[in-house]
Design a protein around this ligand. Sequence first.
Ligand code: PMP
Length: 426
Amino acid sequence: MIYQRSSALFAEAKNYIPGGVNSPVRAFKAVGGDPIFVKEAKGAYLYDEDGNRLIDYIASWGPLILGHAYEPVINAVIDKAKKGTSFGMPTEIETQLAQLALSMVPNIDKIRFVNSGTEACMSAVRLARGYTGKDKIIKFAGCYHGHSDSFLIQAGSGAVTFGSPNSPGVTQGTAKDTLLATYNDLDSVATLVAANKDEIAAIIIEPIAGNMGCIVPTEKFIQGLRNICTQEGILLIFDEVMTGFRLAKGGAQEVLDIKADIVTYGKVIGGGLPVGAFAAKAEIMDYLAPDGPVYQAGTLSGNPLAMSAGLAMLTALNDNPEVFTSLQEKAAYLHKGIAEVLTNKGVDHQINRFGSMISVHFTDEPVVDFSSSAKGNNETFKKYFHGMLNKGIYLPPSAFESYFLNDALSYADLDETINALKEIVL
Ligand code: PMP
């Protein structure tokens, strides 16, 4: 396929926008080459600026679970836009989306809408600190919770003591309050908790991780985490920005049968418009301003266009819960197809999958945490990524990202994807 116009547009963008993009992973740094500039999309397909049709496995990094330009969402947004795009005043649709979201998810009484997953996680941590009166948090190496300062902490050999910033601009003062644990390793959590007795406000986790590929927690680990939090008076924050309204109506809390104390949302809840949210029992949520002391706000929070997209999306999922099974079956079909081809080619690989999240890792070791994910062979990944792209299959441009299936993908699309892989030399 030819991506000439995309390359020209990228070169032009770099003159005006840092790195040519407004979010780094879009620049294809991990895989090399120029990113694709998209012109429009419908259902499972992207149409780029060169006129290519690509089968999309990213779906805007998750939100478009029913495919691009899903009519009920588009129509809702158009209707709303004609009545004004923002008021900075309360609107009824905010309550409607809140009611629906709360009815779909177990264990939450109140929800506050923000504009992104980053804001949701940042605010959830502030709320946890305000509620518990404690400062420190535990996060897991390889989990991503947005780009706010407390979360930009990477693992190092000193992971069980203090975190160190992995982005210039994050102060040591902030970094010291973020402790790093290892995913699927309960001992790493217990050690930190013991060493920081009564100082930890919250443990935040992606209950199914999607930012080091797709990684599934063991039952022992996730249940153990819940137990530690309950015993120690620590709030368990499930970052369901990826998993919420994707794995099931009730997200990871439902499928894992674990209750979190605070849950964050993004992506699907906004139907492709900028929405994030955080939710908890009323006792915790009532700590927020204006009723409580913990401040949190937003000029465009609860924006009517964003709320109308979210309401149309959640209504569709609530009315058609078979979508979750359908997606899971498609992911299983893709998993089997890719595994067969890679096995026939004699390529070392691991495929991790949960619901409609799936990732392919070029390693012979099970991928259970960040360090095992990082062992994947990036040279093979690059060949895989570009080989597929040249066949019109758009995969995440980094081995650390999960694919997000959308229900507009047909079995013919999945077969086209598997057949494309057969033709690639890895
Ligand atoms: N949490 C998780 C689990 C995410 O995957 C992301 C984004 N990919 C975020 C938080 C941050 O969301 P946003 O990009 O909307 O700020």
